[in-house]
Design a protein around this ligand. Structure first.
Ligand code: ATP
Ligand code: MG
Length: 723
């Protein structure tokens, strides 16, 4: 049903096909607040996507009237994808969702609002959104200036982020006073951080929501304007919204009351970032006459996976009890637990089993999700995947945006959009070299700080006849001229990099071909988009199309996997100290351990067919090697719920997953292939042998090619090569 529905989506009948009664009740809910409270895989996100189409198609609402809010960009992408699948040709891809479609993260939606309203807050409309790297960079420079230990930057950054999530501004925090030690330093850094951001006309992700809420609170006319524009609000994964996001929803939706939320308190995993599951009960208090709907069927996980995950979450106190029955009874494969001797053994077990399943032809690489708790776990897993020749993709950020030349190009685009972005100007001022020494740069930055102006202004004011100064002046002029002449992001990058001599400089650097290719890939991504839109996309989403379409194993933290699903899931690092994390006991007034339990629950319930839980007895953390105990949560998994694999080599006996690949059929002596072998075809590329039949000249081979699907070929003429 949720697969492609051909033709228009106007017919109500088609829209309702395949959904259960409760889902239909939810997706056709029209007026007043509603809450879907139910477990993983029960179709909450599905219903959000369907309801969007129902409102737009059957109820003829304009797309811009319907606001769909998600916590992460992947979740928004997932909803858009499902709408594509449901509506056939109408929405044919992410880029076709024009600016009239409001299906996005809280940050992105608030960013759009602020692009219209920023002046009311004293910001220019051309503000730049700082991503994590910029945020860390600015905080580190402030710590350096205040002579505070720089290693504290992560802790400080996360506290500032939490304060903003709680809607506590820097002045209010400072006003609270009484802080000593770390708190005092924090107040000082927070104050300076906000001042620098404002001076540079920049906002970080948390500012976007906090400032929008401030704007709505302080300017009733602006609030009414946006209330009139939005007639329906939907929020997916409401259990994880923070107080600022809650205020945003309440302010915008209270008047009409048309707020539709989906929630599962068992999946609340962002408490450490200021999210509060209690918003579910607060929603019930703040909005009247709520329709509460419970879904009780799970369409994602098999019964075995659901039972194991259920046993883990069962121990969680104070949860809303929910019924959940799996609809996928045909697969009876228990989850497996494997504990390697070291993290390298764990990783090689993961890589080998991925390869085994792939070779059998039942799963493509993109069907695998490898989930971990901490990025420190990544290195050995990546190595093992590389050793096995398995393509993979780490989800945090698009790899292209991590290349230093691409960062330079983005910084060039940022200064064109907002010359006052001192961080970006600082990055490119000497790239290529304009003869500005470290001392001059530091002095100019100091002057800028003293005078309360941006680096751009400070450079402008510097009057010197030196050659370097004239080069800088040329750059500043070019920035302004380009900003006035072009709006296309691709064009801006192209012009800036060529006119500043950057491309020429790059061509004389190390590995010029690869690096120039990277720049061209970026220009391709940016072309056809306006500068605001492209830079917001880079700062808020950080994904590029080429990775989204690749057939590669996905590696991501469990946090990033929320709302997603994969046929095969690995939950790696099930050890005390990792999951639950060693900091968990101190967090959230002792409730941190429970959040870790929910994290495991979220990870396990991402799996549709196959679930592996893995860990290691000994693990290296940076320079230290440590003995690890299995995660306490594993105690909830009895042998009838999850089978334990002792060693990768002894895996055969333990489960059907490890039985050797299907026996090849006897097809005569000369048959050079067996089922499961990877082969290469001159036109269709790589594929996996699925079946073999016949002998001699009439021998046939069936191959699954990811590019074209399953093909049956004559072995004599196919010219296949084993790889
Ligand atoms: P989570 O809590 O993990 O976010 P969810 O409740 O949002 O899960 P969905 O992701 O919407 O669940 O749905 C899980 C899977 O079940 C999806 O692949 C979806 O397409 C499918 N699904 C949902 N409803 C039905 C249905 N009525 N019939 C068949 N498949 C369905
Ligand atoms: Mg969901």
């Amino acid at each position: 049903m949720h697969k492609k529905v051909e033709g228009t989506y106007g017919l109500k009948q088609k829209m309702l096909e395949g959904h259960n009664k409760k889902q239909i009740e939810a997706l056709t809910h029209l007026n007043g607040p509603a809450m879907i409270l139910s477990g993983p895989g029960s179709g909450k996100t599905e219903v959000v996507a369907c309801r969007y189409l129902y409102l737009v198609r059957s109820k003829k609402m304009r797309p811009e009237e319907v606001l769909v809010l998600t916590l992460g960009p992947r979740a928004a992408f997932e909803i858009k994808n499902r709408i594509c699948a449901l509506s056939g040709s109408d929405y044919s891809g992410d880029n076709d969702f024009g600016s009239s479609v409001n299906i996005d993260t809280f940050q992105t939606i608030c960013c759009r609002i602020l692009r219209e309203e920023a002046q009311k807050l004293g910001f220019g409309r051309n503000f730049i959104v700082y991503g994590e790297e910029d945020r860390f960079g600015l905080i580190r420079s402030i710590l350096k200036e205040f002579k505070i230990h720089e290693a504290l930057f992560r802790g400080i950054a996360s506290r500032i982020s939490n304060l903003k999530a709680e809607m506590i501004g820097h002045e209010e925090f400072l006003g609270k006073g009484g802080g000593f030690g770390f708190e005092e330093k924090l107040a000082k850094v927070y104050m300076r951080y906000q001042t620098e951001l404002r001076k540079n006309n920049c906002l970080d992700h948390d500012d976007l929501v906090m400032y929008t809420v401030n704007l709505f609170q302080e300017h009733k006319s602006i609030l009414s304007k946006w209330q009139n524009r939005v007639s329906q609000i939907m929020v997916d994964d409401f259990q994880d919204i923070n107080p600022a996001q809650y205020s945003f929803v309440r302010l915008l939706g209270k008047e009409s009351g048309n707020v539709f939320i989906t929630a599962d308190d068992d999946q609340g995993i962002f408490g450490f970032k200021g999210s509060k599951v209690e918003h579910i009960s607060r929603f019930k208090e703040d909005f009247n006459n709520i329709s509460v709907i419970h879904f009780e069927q799970s369409y994602r996980c098999t019964p075995c996976i659901l039972n194991a995950a259920g046993a883990v979450i069962e121990g969680s106190p104070g949860r809303y009890k929910k019924k959940l029955k799996s609809e996928r009874k045909s697969i009876k494969r228990k989850p497996q637990y494997f504990c390697g001797g070291t993290e390298a053994d764990e990783a090689s077990y993961i890589a080998q089993t991925v390869r085994e399943l792939f070779l059998r032809g039942s799963y493509a690489y993109k069907d695998f999700g490898l989930l971990y708790r901490m990025s420190a776990q990544l290195r050995p897993i990546e190595k093992a995947l590389r050793d096995e020749g398995i393509p993979y993709y780490v989800h945090a950020v698009c790899p292209l945006y991590l290349k230093s030349e691409v960062k330079d190009a983005i910084a060039y685009a940022k200064v064109v959009m907002n010359p006052n972005d001192s961080l970006s100007l600082g990055r490119i001022i000497n790239s290529p070299s304009r003869g500005i020494g470290e001392t001059t740069l530091t002095k100019t930055i100091d002057n800028a700080r003293k005078d309360g102006v941006s680096l751009f202004e400070a450079f402008r004011k510097t009057s010197s006849s030196k050659k370097s100064q004239s080069k800088v002046k040329k750059l500043l002029d070019l920035i302004i001229r380009t900003g006035k002449s072009y709006n296309d992001a691709g064009k801006v990058i192209d012009v800036m990099l060529n006119k500043t001599g950057y491309m020429k400089w790059l061509s004389e650097e190390k590995e010029p071909d690869v690096r120039i290719k990277n720049i061209n890939r970026l220009i391709e991504e940016a072309s056809g988009r306006n500068l605001y839109e492209f830079l917001d996309h880079v700062s808020l989403f950080c994904e590029c199309n080429e990775v989204k379409n690749a057939d590669a194993v996905s590696l991501m933290t469990v946090y990033e996997a929320q709302g997603l699903e994969f046929p095969v899931v690995y939950m790696a690092g099930l050890e005390e100290g990792l999951l639950p994390h060693s900091h968990a006991p101190e967090q959230d007034n002792g409730k941190g351990i429970e959040e870790e339990r929910r994290l495991l629950y979220v990870g396990m319930t991402r799996a549709k067919d196959v679930l592996y839980l893995t860990g290691a007895a000994k693990r290296r953390f940076y320079t230290r090697v440590q003995m690890q105990k299995p995660s306490r949560f594993l105690q909830d998994l009895s042998e009838d719920l999850c089978c334990t694999v002792k060693h990768a080599s002894s895996a055969n006996g333990s489960a059907d997953l490890h039985t050797p690949p299907k026996q090849e059929k006897k097809t005569g002596d000369q048959m050079p292939f067996s089922v499961g072998v990877r082969v290469k075809h001159i036109t269709w590329g790589n594929g996996v042998v699925r079946d073999l039949a016949g002998q001699g000249d009439s021998a046939k081979v069936t191959v699954n090619f990811p590019s074209v699907g399953v093909k049956c070929l004559s072995l004599k003429f196919a010219n296949l090569e084993v790889i």
